[in-house]
Design a protein. Structure first.
Length: 450
């Protein structure tokens, strides 16, 4: 009898849940759909370019408009999420993203297309920061790198499947149907998010006390259950790496002022500005490059254009694992690897052959390398700022990235109207090299809490 009563009185702590992985699945779905809504335009452009009488500069400007409104809303969204929480505004943002996608399919002029891209950027803007804030609250430090890698892989999964899917829809139905069909999933995921994802794991009916304790655990000890812990093996001696990346003990940035006056935050933002510019220029321009320069058909373009995004998914997930496990939650090594290797990959693309298999393999490798450290730019401020200031710090970095996404595709359009693709790839290589130099000036934070 006594044993039975003792068993009944045992705390909820013993009940195991892993609901954070359900949250991560919804994060993947929401941002994958958002990625599809923003990337489908790049595949449509070769089809509508002549009928809408669009120059390369027009194409670059149309892409830039999306990122201008996307960037403008980052910091306000970050400050709002830090004070009021994510759940309600996030769900509304997903719905507005689908409505903006639907509006794009009704376009009858270049002006209409530009307005639609402005609206899409404003609607989608809060999603990135909302997800970063959610990961920060729903995952322990030892899993944040991997979770952010999965999150960033979702935005690359969409462009991996969008080109061949769009090509099929265009050939079968027409380009407008691409936007009509792509608008539907957002309404469904908005409802799922509002229903299942609370601002804090403590508020969720689907998380146990055991999981909440695990999420809030700041130590390197791995919880197995409430009575046993698994002590990890001793850390490898990475002193040489710590010297290279300028690893230092710091106090967390716990005020907006400290965040704003941190060079490491701004250095991360500048590096992200340059790399996002490369990333979204590829998203915008590679389909046109494959059709106009390499002479590929619509279907062949669709399959080859997906290669860098398949590589991006691999790079993001592997990079998150690499950062958490091999580099033991050091973030700068991944960022340095990506910047340095991207310089080499951009030069290799200058000499890329017309063979779709070889070119596809080269674009696949480019996607992997470009994304090894891509997600860690958004994990990096989690080590610098206190938990309630991470949203604000991440919003600064993501604003810079959004401005890079606005600036670079437009500049590529100007370069193509005056020069050729070789100059574009040299520009990308120079951007990656400058990112590498900036990264070397930043510190690798080791907070006093850790």
């Amino acid at each position: 009898m006594r044993n039975a009563l003792a068993k009944e009185s045992q705390p909820e702590l013993k009940k195991k849940t892993r609901f954070r992985w359900v949250v991560l699945t919804l994060i993947f779905l929401v941002y994958m759909i958002a990625g599809a809504d923003r990337s489908n335009m790049g595949v449509i452009i070769p089809t509508i370019k002549d009928s809408f009488h669009m120059s390369n500069t027009d194409i670059g400007l149309m892409t830039s408009l999306f990122y201008l409104t996307y960037a403008a809303i980052q910091i306000p969204a970050g400050m709002y999420f830090g004070k009021k929480g994510v759940r309600n505004i996030f769900s509304i943002s997903v719905i507005l993203t689908s409505l903006a996608t639907l509006f794009t399919g009704l376009a009858s002029s270049i002006l209409h297309l530009k307005v639609a891209r402005l609206l899409l950027g404003a609607a989608e803007g809060p999603l990135n920061i909302g997800i970063v804030s959610t990961i920060n609250r729903w995952f322990p430090p030892k899993e944040k790198g991997f979770a952010t890698g999965v999150f960033m892989a979702s935005i690359k999964f969409a462009p991996a499947v969008v080109p061949p899917l769009c090509a099929f829809i265009i050939i079968t139905y027409g380009w407008r149907d691409v936007f009509y069909l792509f608008a539907i999933p957002g309404f469904i995921t908005a409802i799922l998010w509002w229903w299942f994802v609370k601002d804090k794991p403590e508020d969720s009916p689907y998380t146990s006390e055991s999981e909440i304790k695990y999420i809030n655990d700041q130590s390197p000890v791995e919880q197995t259950d409430v009575t046993k812990t698994k002590v990890p093996s001793p850390r490898r001696n990475l002193n040489w790496l710590d010297k290279l990346i300028r690893s230092k003990n710091i106090k967390p940035l716990d005020t907006n002022r400290k965040v704003v006056f941190s060079w490491s935050i701004w250095g991360c933002a500048l590096g992200y500005f340059l790399l996002v510019g490369i990333q979204y220029s590829i998203m915008t321009w590679v389909p046109t490059y494959l059709v106009d320069v390499k002479g590929f058909s619509t279907m062949k373009m669709g399959f080859v254009a997906s290669a860098p995004w398949i590589g991006a998914m691999i790079g993001n997930i592997f990079g998150g694992w690499l950062s958490d496990n091999v580099f033991e939650k050091r973030r700068k090594p991944n960022m340095i690897l990506t910047a340095g290797a991207t310089v080499l990959m951009m030069y290799s693309l200058i000499y890329a052959p017309n063979n779709p298999v070889i070119l596809g393999a080269l674009l696949l490798l480019t996607g992997i390398i470009l994304n090894l450290g891509y997600s860690t730019f958004l994990v990096y401020p989690m080590g610098l700022a206190s938990k309630d200031k991470v949203s604000f710090a991440a919003s600064i970095i993501n604003t810079a990235g959004s401005l890079g996404g606005a600036f670079a595709p437009f500049l590529v359009g100007l370069l193509l109207d005056s020069f050729n693709w070789n100059i574009v790839f040299v520009f990308f290589a120079g951007s990656a090299l400058l990112t590498l130099v900036i990264l070397l000036t930043m510190i690798e934070p080791k907070t006093e809490q850790a």
